[in-house]
Write a protein of this length. Structure first.
Length: 368
């Protein structure tokens, strides 16, 4: 029985890891996992509820880390390294592009343990994003790179990841684990409402919320678009964003937003997000994961950034970049006027059984 040391630390990783864990727990592929929670997200709203809803067992190891990014990174690396020394895994498995991902990659590399990267090959081509640096470094350290799409495989080919300079590296398009979970929990997508006026908003990127002037520009653009286009906006507020909104608008910021037609909500679990996606006709987000969740529920998305790692969504027209607040109203009007009847039939991210494909690929890789 091979042992995988799985590193998780943030909301999108629960969604992916839960799909993989359900398959690994059956032990049909000769693998077991030891799960390390880095402590990057630890609150009930951002962590606990996802474990409950997604049917995940409690982590085998729970780290305690500080909020400061630099100190937190060092503490995560140290904790993961200690787990590797104790568990002696056959490989370390990391997901996505968070600081937890890079911490796991570094610890595996220093310990000489093979690294498996789920969601490899994604690029936003924006080095100002911490996630972009995390993706690139993790891919460079990985022995197994499992891609959610053929576009990600093509990107790794361009970068020379699997050429003669990296013998033995496995690169494979296995599908997207988030689609597995969407199918498992959400079922079939619900049709969009004719002339529906609800929008789901998420906003948490440092580039959008940490600067008070820019945050105000976004919120005022959202207010004006609501007013002009008769919209209702559902806004689950990330803790980082709540702190920023209080600084920008005072302690009654939520009442101000309510007056504008923005329905402020606490951070939501996965099931609640699926329910909201079924209610709305469009999504405004700066989150990578929510872009895909919108696609899986057949909802078009305005991406409130000037780049996205999910370039496939731009290619098929399921998502549109909206990098500046002043363009939000026009871009949303254009988005709502489009015909999406064929867009969401595109099979970009596999068949909803990525975990099965990945387990089979890893089993074969271990047997080489």
């Amino acid at each position: 029985m091979k042992t995988l040391l799985t590193v998780i630390g943030a909301r999108p990783q629960w969604i992916k890891a839960s799909a993989m864990s359900r398959v690994l727990q059956r032990a049909e592929h000769g693998m077991q996992e030891h799960v390390v929670h880095t402590g990057q997200h630890v609150s009930q709203e951002m962590s606990g509820i996802f474990f409950e809803e997604l049917g995940m067992k409690a982590p085998d190891t729970q780290l305690e880390v500080e909020f400061d990014p630099a100190r937190r990174m060092g503490q995560m690396m140290q904790g993961i390294a200690a787990s590797i020394s104790q568990v002696k895994p056959d490989a370390v498995l990391v997901y996505g592009d968070t600081d937890s991902t890079l911490a796991g990659a570094w610890a595996a590399s220093r310990a000489g343990v093979p690294l498996i990267h789920m969601e490899a090959g994604l690029r936003s081509f924006d080095r100002a994003m911490p996630e972009e640096i995390n993706r690139i470094l993790t891919d460079q350290l990985s022995a197994v790179l499992l891609c959610p799409s053929e576009a990600a495989v093509s990107q790794l080919r361009k970068e020379g990841i699997f050429t003669n300079c990296r013998p033995g590296v496995l690169v494979q398009a296995a599908g997207d684990l988030m689609l597995d979970t969407a199918c498992w929990i959400g079922g079939e997508p619900v049709s969009r409402v004719s002339n529906g006026n609800k929008v789901l908003l998420t906003l948490h990127r440092p580039s959008n919320v940490d600067d008070m002037d820019r945050l105000r520009l976004w919120m005022e653009a959202i207010r004006d678009t609501i007013c002009q286009q008769g919209l209702v906006v559902i806004f689950p507020v990330h803790p980082r964003t709540a702190v920023a909104l209080q600084k920008a608008y005072g302690f009654e910021w939520d009442l101000i937003l309510k007056d504008w037609g923005i329905h402020v909500q606490r951070p939501a679990g996965y099931v609640q997000m699926m329910e909201w996606l079924n209610e709305v006709n469009a999504v405004w987000t700066d989150s990578g994961g929510v872009q895909k969740e919108a696609f899986f529920r057949h909802r078009p998305a305005l991406v409130l950034r000037d780049t996205t790692e999910w370039t496939e969504l731009l290619d098929v027209g399921a998502a549109v970049l909206s990098p500046e607040p002043k363009g939000l109203m026009r871009r949303n009007a254009d988005l709502m006027a489009r015909d999406f009847s064929q867009v969401f039939e595109t099979n970009l991210f596999g068949d909803g059984h990525a975990a099965e494909h990945i387990a089979a690929a890893l089993q074969a890789w271990f047997q080489k």
